[in-house]
Design a protein around this ligand. Structure first.
Ligand code: AMP
Length: 393
């Protein structure tokens, strides 16, 4: 690991500029899900315990360089104070120097950094202004690390920099899943479309031993192999691309696992009448909404022989019952093997967390990333600027 952790930094009496992700969901003026806040608690507590002053820098929503009062981070204060068990001093960037001067060993929160036009443009002047406010930089916002912004990269160059606890955990889990994994490695990629996951598939076929393709995107592959997919969600124009991916996988010795049986219905609706047919036999007037039991059994066998699973995207239209069955069953299989100590399982990205929660499997996975875009870009093999700025890859 090229990057430092909090343990390698002298924090005593230091002002620690700490980039966090507290971009939490809010309804009627209240935070409705504190997961992201809960996950930064170890970093904040450890800085305090080491005698430092955590100065939290974060974004909220997309104010695009303007002061938008509805996007003030003030809304997060009660939830932050509850999570840290102590008061949080809230300040605008303009008043931050004064606020910090009187906040020794207390938590300070600076107003939405995206109110500053220089944040998203990575303006060196904003980075320098932030650097003036602290002695040490700690990045605990893996989920913002795919953006080269002033508070994620520019600032990291100006002060001794380290990864926070959450950042270190995310990077450690990803490294274990894809960087230097125990083999065999299985990747599960599902979701709606191939077009949004081309880079992902392209990278994975060169790295994993088995690639399970599910969800709507499997239909594109089935169609590319010459099978009818009826009225299914399918990107017919990507048939050549799908065939390229299959060819690349064959060259790399990566086994592609497509559904061999599928659950089809005449309408995209909860409780729609459905039947299971061979993946080569989708009726013209039906759509594929889930993988069938035989496909799930095959996935279970591959999991059972594997040491590592990395997962992004559901295997079917999991929001509408009963088309959540394959996602649930495969997720539970991975969770059980993980619990038995046989598998390292890592999942992340958008809908995946919701799908695994719904399956009741999330708690038993080795690691669930709270990052969406950053998790995907990492799986795509891209360098994340926020990680590179810490001296990582
Ligand atoms: P993504 O955001 O790309 O991970 O896609 C997730 C979405 O794909 C979910 O809303 C699923 O309902 C949808 N999805 C998965 N399988 C299918 C399918 N066979 N037909 C239509 N939508 C699907």
């Amino acid at each position: 690991m090229a990057w430092k952790t909090l343990d390698q930094m002298d924090l005593n009496g230091k002002r620690v500029l700490t980039r966090v992700d507290i971009n939490v969901p809010v309804e009627d003026g209240r935070v409705t899900d504190t997961t992201r806040i809960d996950r930064i608690v170890p970093t904040v507590q450890d800085i305090l315990a080491a005698g430092g002053t955590p100065i939290l820098i974060a974004h909220f929503g997309r104010p695009k360089g303007q002061v938008v009062p509805e996007m003030s981070l003030a809304i997060t204060l009660p939830a932050l104070e509850a999570a840290f068990g102590q008061p949080v001093k809230f300040t605008t960037l303009d008043d931050a120097a004064d606020a910090i001067a009187f906040a020794k060993n207390q938590v300070v929160l600076i107003e939405n950094i995206r109110f500053e036009p220089g944040e998203e443009t990575n303006d060196p002047a904003l980075a320098a202004r932030l650097a003036e406010l602290g002695d040490v930089y700690c990045n605990d916002a893996f989920s913002a690390a795919h953006r080269a912004h002033a508070s994620t990269t520019g600032l990291a160059q100006l002060r001794p920099a380290c990864a926070g606890r959450l950042m270190a955990a995310e990077l450690g889990a990803l490294e274990a899943a894809l960087g230097d994994p125990k083999r065999p490695v299985v990747a599960v990629v599902g979701g709606a479309k191939v077009s949004t996951k081309l880079d992902l598939l392209g990278n994975l076929v060169g790295k994993v031993d088995h690639l399970v393709i599910g969800g709507g995107m499997a239909n594109t592959f089935l169609a590319a192999q010459g099978h009818g997919v009826g009225t299914s969600l399918c990107e017919h124009d990507l048939a050549d691309t799908a065939r390229d991916i299959l060819g690349k996988a064959a060259d790399a010795g990566c086994e592609i696992i497509l559904p061999t049986d599928v659950v089809v219905a005449r309408e995209f609706a909860a409780g729609a009448a459905n039947e299971t047919v061979a993946a080569t036999a989708c009726p013209d007037d039906a759509m594929i909404l889930d993988a069938g039991a035989e496909s799930v059994a095959k996935i279970g066998e591959v999991f059972a022989a594997a040491k590592t699973v990395i997962w992004n995207g559901p295997l079917g239209a999991f929001e509408i019952e009963p088309f959540d069955k394959a996602t649930n069953a495969a997720a539970q299989a991975a969770a059980t093997l993980t619990k038995m100590g046989k598998l390292t399982s890592v999942a992340g990205g958008g809908d995946t967390v919701a799908a695994l929660n719904q399956a009741g499997a999330a708690d038993d996975f080795t690691y669930i990333s709270t990052a969406g875009g950053a998790f995907l870009e990492w799986m795509e093999g891209k360098t994340l600027p926020g990680v590179a700025a810490l001296g990582g890859k």
